[in-house]
Design a protein around this ligand. Sequence first.
Ligand SMILES: [Zn+2]
Ligand SMILES: [Zn+2]
Length: 295
Amino acid sequence: MERQSPEELDRIIERIDAIAQKRPSHKEVLEFLKGIVTEQYEVKQQIKVEPIDIKEDMVKLKIREGFPLIDKKDLKLDMDSGTTMFKGLCAVARKRNDKVAGDVKKINEKLDAGELNLEELFEKVVAEDEEYLDATAEKLKLNKELLLFLAKNSINPIFEAYADQLKGYVDQKSWWKGYCPICGSKPLIGALRKKEGERFLLCSSCGFEWRFKRMQCPFCGNEDRKKHKYFFIEKEDKGYRVDVCEKCKKYIKTIDTRELFDDVVLFVEDIGTLHLDILAQKEGYEREVANILNV
Ligand SMILES: [Zn+2]
Ligand SMILES: [Zn+2]
């Protein structure tokens, strides 16, 4: 996911507008997304990443052994741009509605009072330390989902900048894991591409897309065809589907680009199909990576 060029930002905004027009029930959340991507675009220009020196034989070894190219926890996060991003996203979120505005206000108060430490929060979010998040949200009486959402969306552009450096090292034909070959994060959404319907997964942190098997669950590895199903809502909308795993009860949405004639932007499609999340969750399936739904 390249968000650096103005043309790319235009393409994303165009896609957001197109989906909002097609699906008016999602207009509000898509406007919110627009504010977020615009803010991220502004800050992304200033992100500093340290050069990563990685040797060719090490790359091969890591890929062969199933290790991602980098350990997210080892990366130095540019706290200047991370902090600017967090504050900018707070300002965007405040405009969403009164409820979110109130929750953002509380987060800002705790930041100003020094009770919430952003650097620590970012580190724990990168380490996927749920306990820390639960404890902090409870102690400071903050909206945990919102806190996680703001932190992740502040950190992700930094990971994207690192991934830009490393994507040339990935050989798509020798990975096939359910997690990102660059940073090891879980997938946000999937896509079927080309005539053959090759399946790709989009990383929920660094935005890299990697190849994955059609009939496998990225979360538990299940390959039993009988336990792997998918559904879509309307025939005319079958470009958007939900893949569910009966073994681990997780689901992931998939965009079949062969059914859509539009210029698809995967992370935008994710927000533009929240009705599918609601449906899948009602059916008892669980989403692995949090999204805007609960903010
Ligand atoms: Zn990644
Ligand atoms: Zn599974």
